[in-house]
Write a protein that binds this ligand. Structure first.
Ligand code: PCO
Length: 194
């Protein structure tokens, strides 16, 4: 099996501050993977896309790259390119949007067009009060029911000073779950071997 393409996606949670570290973990892993990042506009508040060692796709590119019928459509090109997508962090807003099929930016258009045979992982991150709101449990049930894989949030003192669940999983945990979910990492089943 050749090199796998991993699409990291990030949203407007302060946990996007961890994006450089997550990209570093993924690109330095033993498994050969090609990594790209898709970011919402709000997420770029928390890191500098220019300083990342990978290709970064932003909303503007979707419109700049399309001029006439026949030109490539970026969100379709990216859903074709990616063998796996991991949304880390998935904030409350984008969680609500993808749960309801809303596709109003590059990231959510890729999710709406996702090939359901490929792995899609998500690491929620939000304030504890948002996490404990009953809407979150409804959204999680829907996303997991679609077969998307949750990388559970953890409990800690958050950026705003509140302590509780809602912090994004550790970068090491996210990277390990991505590696384990890569199609080439899965062992053939007994029935395929016989
Ligand atoms: C806002 N929201 C948050 C988001 C989740 N927080 C986290 C961690 C970081 C620092 O370790 C920011 C990664 O706290 O994932 O804090 C609160 S109002």
């Amino acid at each position: 099996m050749g090199e796998s393409n991993v699409l990291v996606a990030c949203t407007g949670s302060v946990a996007s501050i961890k994006i450089p570290k997550l990209i570093e973990h993924l690109t330095n892993s033993h498994t050969k993977i090609e990594v790209r990042l898709v970011t919402t506009q709000n997420a770029t508040h928390f890191f500098n896309p220019e300083e990342l060692p990978v290709k970064v796709h932003r909303d503007a590119e979707e419109w700049e790259s399309w001029k006439k019928i026949g030109d490539p459509v970026l969100h379709i090109e990216l859903r074709r390119w990616a063998d796996l997508m991991v949304i880390a962090p998935l904030d409350a807003n984008t969680m609500a949007k993808i749960t309801n099929g809303i596709c109003d930016n590059l990231l959510t258009c890729i999710v709406r067009a996702w090939d359901m045979k490929r792995p899609l992982l998500f690491a929620p991150a939000m304030n504890t009060h948002m996490w404990e709101h009953p809407l979150t449990a409804q959204h999680l049930t829907t996303l997991k029911g679609l077969g998307y894989q949750e990388i559970p949030c953890i409990r800690k003192t958050l950026a705003c000073g509140d302590t509780g669940y809602g912090a994004m999983a550790e970068v090491e945990t996210i990277a390990a779950q991505v590696m384990a979910a890569l199609p080439s990492q899965q062992h053939p089943t007994t029935s395929q071997q016989s």
